[in-house]
Design a protein around this ligand. Structure first.
Ligand code: PDD
Length: 295
């Protein structure tokens, strides 16, 4: 049994649980050479994974979408459960990370490696502290051109535009970067974006231009349960500054109010009631999940 922090944390690599410091991936791995792989991040609340099945189904869909033959995505749930035990992460909040790449093969070729090349599968778990202080004051965001490829619905480890965008945000003192394509707000570098327009909640429709966020789906359900009008319609950048509310959502941000865009205040710079209501609804679901989860 090890602790979840430091070099002694336990990870899982290709079927073996081992200390992180001993885990090794080949220099020929296509995840390393090409960003050729898929990943997921799952939230853990008091030891229980939140919406694990939706995340693992999405992993399976991404793997199929990029032609990686790994039929065991759903089995990673048991791996994650054991990582939570091994790393003593059953009491507080945590995240589980899973990644599957197309595997290692030499010589390096752009095209797929020979048939029979085994995908590399990796999973880890880490403690997590929710961003509640930021939520209370609201987040600043910056906008950046959406220079990504046309299949943003696939959650691949090919994340260079996202890391560059996030760095721009950090340098501007903002919490998130929001991608804009042809005047339309698509999504955040690692979150989905919402607005309230004339009392109606609005978020980008589920197209290949965005990731089908698990949190987005849950927030849509919560909004409908609570009778809030919702439309899956694109938001235009020119509308954003005049929004009644703007917020982000993701596995790690939950529902995060946005109070400024490119330095201009939204809603006079204060978090709004719709974001608060949806955060409460999401949080309720997480806490109910804790009660319902097998332990
Ligand atoms: N990111 N859009 C993008 C581009 C994302 O990377 C994410 C999540 C989301 C929100 O999806 P979900 O609600 O399923 O977390 C939307 C994770 C948290 C990450 O990369 O760390």
């Amino acid at each position: 049994m090890t602790t979840s922090t430091g070099a002694s944390r336990t990870v899982w690599l290709d079927g073996v649980f081992l200390p992180a410091a001993e885990a090794r991936v080949s220099v020929d791995d296509r995840g390393f050479l090409f960003g050729d792989g898929a990943y997921e991040v799952v939230r853990v609340v008091r030891g229980a994974m939140f919406e694990a099945e939706r995340h693992l189904r999405r992993l399976d869909r991404t793997l199929q979408g990029i032609g990686i033959g790994y039929g065991r995505a759903m089995e990673l749930r048991e791996v994650a459960e054991r990582l939570l035990d091994e790393n003593r992460l059953r009491e507080d909040e945590a995240t589980v990370y899973v990644q599957v790449t197309r595997g290692a093969a030499s010589p390096r070729t752009h095209h797929f490696p020979p048939a029979g090349t085994r995908p590399t599968a990796y999973a880890s778990a880490a403690p997590f502290v929710p961003f509640d202080a930021l939520r209370a004051r609201g987040a600043a965001v910056v906008t950046v051109p959406d220079i990504r490829w046309a299949r943003c619905d696939l959650k691949t480890v090919n994340l260079l535009p996202n890391t560059l965008a996030k760095q721009r945000a950090v340098e501007a003192g903002a919490a998130e970067a929001v991608f804009v394509r042809d005047g339309i707000v698509t999504e955040g570098a690692s979150s989905n974006v919402w607005g309230v327009v004339r009392g109606v909640l609005r978020t980008h429709p589920m197209t290949p231009a965005i990731l089908a966020g698990v949190t987005r789906e849950v927030v849509l359900e919560v909004a409908r349960e609570r009778g809030l009008p919702v439309e899956e319609v694109p938001l235009f950048l020119e509308e954003v500054r005049g929004l009644e509310e703007c917020f982000l959502c993701s596995t790690t941000l939950d529902v995060m109010p946005v109070v400024s865009v490119d330095g201009e205040p939204v809603r006079g710079g204060s978090p709004g009631p719709v974001a608060r209501l949806l955060q409460e609804g999401l949080r309720e679901r997480m806490d109910t999940g804790v009660l319902a989860a097998p332990r």
